[in-house]
Design a protein around this ligand. Structure first.
Ligand code: GRF
Length: 190
């Protein structure tokens, strides 16, 4: 059976772009749409360029109705991939897609996770804590921020002189290298 991915983004969408590219021409897994809470998200343009349909929604549609879930169901979505999506997934999503929602966090959870820990704030906190390594965590999504079952972690070293921006770059390289392949492994092993 063919598996159908919807990617949720809030910003740049560089991971979404790599994921779309990874599954182009895949035999049994397809990215069928990219959704965002942010109409200005650069990732929506990246998706459109790659001929992936896009959809923007607001808080009421997302949190106070089943509207977004209905869109996913109509498109036959089987798996939800979060790639830089900043809103907490409401319980009706978790119930509709149990163990079928995945996220990437730009640090080694359980450290440097939770509400408000996103983007450069994560790398600034890692730097301030004097960590000698950081990395990425790919995990299943449950009803809390950054707390679902960990599927994969990849690490990189931090040099003393690294700035938060340099740390961010190293982490982003890991994300691009690993997230698409881990998603594929996760879907095919479910
Ligand atoms: C990534 O660092 C990811 O770990 C986090 O949000 C960022 C998204 O980057 N969840 P991009 O929009 O894919 O470029």
């Amino acid at each position: 059976m063919s598996q159908r991915i919807a990617i949720f983004i809030s910003g740049s969408g560089s991971n979404a772009e790599r994921i779309i590219a990874h599954f182009q021409n895949h035999q049994s897994i397809q990215v069928v749409m990219v959704l965002s809470n942010n109409a200005e998200a650069q990732g929506l343009q990246r998706a459109a360029r790659l001929n992936i349909p896009t959809q923007v929604f607001n808080k009421i549609q997302f949190r106070e109705s089943d509207e977004v879930i209905q869109i996913l169901k109509t498109a036959g979505v089987t798996h939800v991939v979060l790639a830089g999506f900043l809103w907490l997934m409401p319980p009706n999503f978790i119930e509709t897609f149990p163990h079928r929602i995945i996220n990437i966090h730009p640090a080694l959870l359980p450290k440097f996770g939770g509400k408000g820990m996103y983007g450069m704030r994560v790398h600034e906190a890692v730097k301030a804590a004097g960590e000698t390594e950081t990395g990425i965590t790919i995990h299943e999504v449950d009803a809390r921020y950054d707390e679902g079952k960990i599927l994969s972690q990849q690490k990189c070293a931090i040099e003393k002189a690294d700035t938060p921006a340099q740390i961010a770059l190293k982490v982003q390289q890991l994300e691009h290298q690993y997230y698409p392949a881990i998603i594929e492994k996760w879907i095919t092993s479910l």
